[in-house]
Design a protein around this ligand. Structure first.
Ligand SMILES: *[C@@H]1O[C@H](CO)[C@@H](O)[C@H](O)[C@H]1NC(C)=O
Length: 400
């Protein structure tokens, strides 16, 4: 019990031991060299730890789609197939539409299979609940000569969206023009995706590709879809969302190292695998007025490829504070090498026992132990001469 407490109540303090050994000397220097190489090569040169980074990129995107398609024997232009029309960073190109003409407010049968009925009692459970195309009245009415459906109150006739139509394939050849300006507020640095090195003649003619025209701001829809690793026919048929990502990684210490890099992905990857709601579609209507004042409308269900232009990036510039902090970290880390060298020195090297004896010393406040310890003997004998009247029983604490 007593020894336990004595063992516990000790204090260790560091003391340097110089080891003149080639083996450990070489290991020590190699480890230090590795640590310095890591900091200089990776932390400073590669990760640019001497820079401050601005990740709060400000950006504006303008888009413009061009091309003509033919759908249902009608030529479709931009105003017909692009929505919304403002040329924002998110826009849809409609590839397929199902129209329901001349809808007016009234009562008519549902068009969805699940509302098939034979008598009113089949429909009464739905009373005042929303159907697919209107509010159900609870009556069973004839849909056509052979079939009966629950009746709805709403825009009539109800849309039938099971019609098979082929998408407008010309979309593949449409072009998307993207104008992007960015700013890094911390450095008040602005730049656009029309690089000063490219001429206006080039911009009028070029088409983006990953090899030769990496800075051309005009993208063919077919190329974008291909770069996102999608099948155009399938995408045009079901609809989907494609991301056009513009990345800006800028090193403002170098004068011309701030260029956009484009990449493409399918953003609604989940709807590819999910059979419940595959693709992307939405509805809108165009409203008209009859001469007697009643409203009627054309309902459009549109399948579309939506493009989201996403901008991200960061810029770095030399700054004193991160440089100093990282330098201090680097110098401190050089000391980590001693831990490894100690393990080798005290366990694996020849004469490890001797090194151990030199490195660790036990000092206690019991007089007997002090005398038995060779190292402090000399110091004590020195003190003996100074303090001649002592009894020779000292503990190291007396000199603290
Ligand atoms: C797209 O353009 C190419 C080359 O001009 C043409 O061969 C192709 O038929 C066009 N695709 C469609 C779907 O019109």
């Amino acid at each position: 019990m007593c020894t336990c407490i004595t063992d516990f109540l000790t204090y260790e303090t560091t003391k340097s031991v110089v080891v003149k050994s080639w083996t450990i000397g070489i290991i020590n220097r190699v480890v230090q060299l590795l640590i310095i190489t890591y900091f200089v090569g990776w932390v400073f040169l590669n990760e640019k730890a001497y820079q401050v980074r601005d990740t709060a990129i400000e950006s504006s995107v303008m888009t413009k789609v061009k091309g003509f398609g033919i759908y249902n024997n009608r030529v479709m232009d931009v105003a017909d197939y692009v929505t919304p029309t403002q040329g924002a960073s998110v826009f849809c190109i409609i590839t397929k539409i199902i129209t329901t003409d001349n809808q007016v407010q009234g009562h008519c049968p549902e068009s969805e299979k699940r509302f098939t009925c034979t008598q009113d009692s089949n429909c009464s459970k739905y009373v005042n609940k929303p159907g697919d195309y209107g509010i159900l009245t609870g009556r069973c009415v004839s849909f056509n000569t052979t079939m009966k459906m629950c009746e709805i109150k709403g825009w009539c006739p109800a849309e039938i969206d099971t019609i098979k139509t082929t998408p407008m394939m010309e979309v593949e050849n449409f072009t998307i023009f993207i104008k992007n300006s960015i700013r890094f507020p911390m450095f008040n640095y602005t730049k656009g995706n029309f690089l000063p090195t490219i001429s206006s003649d080039y911009i009028k003619k070029c088409n983006f590709d990953m090899v030769n025209n990496t800075y051309c701001p005009i993208f063919k829809v077919g190329d974008v879809v291909r770069y996102a690793q999608q099948n155009f026919t399938k995408l045009a048929d079901k609809g989907g969302i494609i991301g056009i990502k513009i990345g800006w990684l800028c090193d403002l210490d170098k004068s011309d190292d701030c260029n956009p890099s484009y990449s493409f992905t399918r953003l609604d990857a989940m709807s590819q695998k999910n059979a419940v709601s595959p693709g992307y579609n939405f509805r809108f209507a165009k409203y008209y007025k009859m001469e007697n004042g009643t409203d009627y409308r054309t309902l459009v269900k549109a399948y579309a490829i939506r493009f989201d232009v996403l901008v991200n990036g960061n810029a770095g510039k030399f700054n004193m504070i991160p440089t100093l902090i990282n330098m201090v970290a680097a110098f401190t880390s050089v000391g980590v090498g001693t831990v490894l060298c100690d393990i080798i020195l005290l366990n694996f090297l020849k004469g490890a026992e001797q090194y151990k004896a030199k490195k660790f010393e036990e000092v206690s406040d019991s007089p007997m132990d002090t005398h038995s310890n060779g190292l402090y003997q000399s110091q004590l004998s020195l003190r003996h001469k100074i303090k001649s009247n002592d009894l020779g029983s000292f503990s190291i604490e007396h000199y603290c």
